[in-house]
Ligand binder design. Structure first.
Ligand code: ADP
Ligand code: MG
Length: 503
């Protein structure tokens, strides 16, 4: 079983001039809901479409248009909540967050400030060293995405693309339970993995379908424990929020930079100002976007066009009953049922398609051997050509067949690699390849004995040496393997050689 301690791993500590400093991080992750249509319109959410081709009148803020909630988006948010062990709120409500921007034609974003659809939950983040931390989820709310402004420099022109306007987002807000850059990345990765297992967000960070606002503060050793004991934020330092991060690497670099900037300020006798900052990867620094004083007054109020959202417990129960097996459960099952190491189980369950492929290969066979072949041979080979498992030329059934041949002693592991390569490039089945190409391992002792006799007779000097130094038996085994084109069963060869040499 997984040996997970819920003890907090040591937080990242940065030594300052006057004190050690610890990092405190809370993330607001915006995950685009995987659905065909937008949150309040029937327009398509397809990525990369012709600009302004996926826009309904309501998305364009046309007067007199009314939003109509997309039940599919609500179901996805509920599913996500259940996957994060969270409380599902049977009554939630939509609010308007008012601001002006060219890519927001309504003049407001519909969000859920006061009554989110999902309440408290948790994500278990493993740090790859047997340690894990439970990161608490504060809430998940549904909201609309904004459009995209595109600025051209030559000539100076700005464009607005409303395809994204009104697409459903889930904002997943964590408590400030994350204690370092690596942990922040591990948290986003785990969240992404769970969402992908659930099928509620495709997790494509490059396309901006998963992005994070990263809140960072620093405190002196001991202060975080005081916060945890009381949940009183005054024990923590002032935070800055780094907006819109969509790369794991940049998230880590931005946190590190930001923490050091704050420490330098405090140690210089200055104060950290609560503000929104942007990370510039070219310069590896964060820069102020707007301070708290300049913060927008969004004039939140309940959206009068939308009734409170009421869902039924029975509907939630149905969604719960249909939840897929999630990464932690699958990993634990792989370790238990197939005898895999923690590491192999993690690799194989990182993506659900990989896990499903592996399971087909391993079913009823040697699980460890199957894991080795999938991870080392197949993944290695696929990576070479930038293939993914979905377009693997070797099917799970074929790889399973190959492993069956190894296990039955029909081929050695070495020959199996050749069979694999033929199967990969031609699509032929392993058993047929072995048969047709005469690659079957020779276990017939008569044939092996004949080969051994020949080599012994031809190399009297080596025989003498080997009899004085039994380690040299390996040389004879190598010669026999060569003579049989690698097809002799190495264990049998070893035994026969030793016997014939009288060792
Ligand atoms: P706001 O309403 O201004 O967005 P929230 O209280 O909702 O503020 O917090 C937003 C995010 O900031 C949450 O993820 C929370 O965990 C995180 N956060 C709050 N205080 C701190 C802090 N002192 N240091 C780091 N992160 C924090
Ligand atoms: Mg916020």
């Amino acid at each position: 079983m997984l040996d997970l301690t819920y003890e907090a791993p040591t937080p990242k500590v940065i030594a300052g001039a006057t004190s050690d400093w610890e990092l405190v991080i809370g993330l607001e992750v915006h995950a685009q809901v995987a659905t065909k249509a937008k949150l309040f319109s029937g327009a398509s959410t397809q990525f990369g479409a012709e600009p302004n081709s996926n826009v309904a009148f309501v998305d364009a803020g046309m007067p007199g248009m009314l939003p109509v909630i997309n039940e599919g988006c609500v179901a996805q948010a509920v599913k996500t909540g259940l996957g994060l062990n969270a409380q599902i709120n049977l009554v939630s409500a939509f609010d308007r967050k008012n601001y002006f921007y060219p890519d927001l034609p309504q003049g407001y974003q519909i969000s859920q400030l006061y009554h989110p659809i999902v309440g408290e939950g948790e994500v278990l983040v493993e740090m790859g060293n047997g340690q894990a931390r439970k990161v608490r989820i504060e809430r998940i709310h549904l909201e609309q995405d904004a459009g995209k402004s595109i600025h051209d420099m030559d000539p100076h022109m700005s464009f607005v693309d409303l395809n994204r306007t009104g697409v459903a987002l889930m904002e997943i807000v964590s408590r400030p339970d994350i204690r370092g850059p690596e942990e922040a990345a591990a948290y986003v990765l785990k969240l992404r993995q769970i969402l992908r297992y659930l099928g509620t967000c495709d997790g494509n960070m490059q396309n901006g379908n998963l992005r994070a606002d990263v809140n960072v503060s620093v405190c002196r050793p001991g202060d975080y424990e005081k916060y945890q004991a009381t949940q009183d934020f005054s024990h923590l330092g002032t935070r800055c929020e780094i907006k819109n991060m969509n790369s794991m690497r940049f998230i880590q670099m931005a946190i590190d930079y930001e923490a050091r900037r704050q420490i330098a300020l405090i140690e210089d006798g200055k104060e950290v100002v609560q503000e929104t900052r942007l990370y510039d990867p070219d310069k590896n620094e964060t820069r102020s976007m707007r301070s708290k004083e300049e913060a927008h007054d969004y004039r939140y109020f309940p959206d009068p066009d939308l009734l409170p959202l009421e869902i039924e417990q029975a509907w939630v129960d149905d969604i719960k009953a249909a939840l897929p097996e999630l990464p932690d459960q699958k990993k634990a099952r792989f370790i238990k049922d197939f005898g895999l190491s923690d590491y192999d189980a993690s690799v194989l369950t990182a993506e659900v398609v990989n896990a499903e492929y592996f399971e087909k290969v391993a079913e009823g066979r040697d699980g460890k051997l199957a894991a080795n072949w999938v991870i080392n041979e197949l993944f290695g080979r696929l990576k070479k050509e930038d293939h993914s498992i979905e377009d693997s030329p070797v099917s799970a059934a074929q790889l399973g067949e190959l492993i069956g041949l190894i296990k039955a002693g029909d081929i050695s592991g070495k020959i199996a690699k050749d069979v694999f390569e033929i199967c990969y490039t031609t699509g032929r089945n392993p058993a047929e390849i072995v048969e047709t190409e005469g690659m079957k391992q020779v276990t017939d002792t008569g044939a092996i004995e004949a080969a051994v006799d020949e080599i012994i007779a031809a190399n009297p000097a080596q025989v003498e040496k080997a009899q004085a130094n039994p380690k040299l038996v390996g040389w004879f085994v190598g010669q026999v393997m060569k003579a049989t084109g690698g097809k002799a069963n190495p264990a049998a060869v070893n035994q026969i050689v030793s016997a014939k040499l009288g060792i």
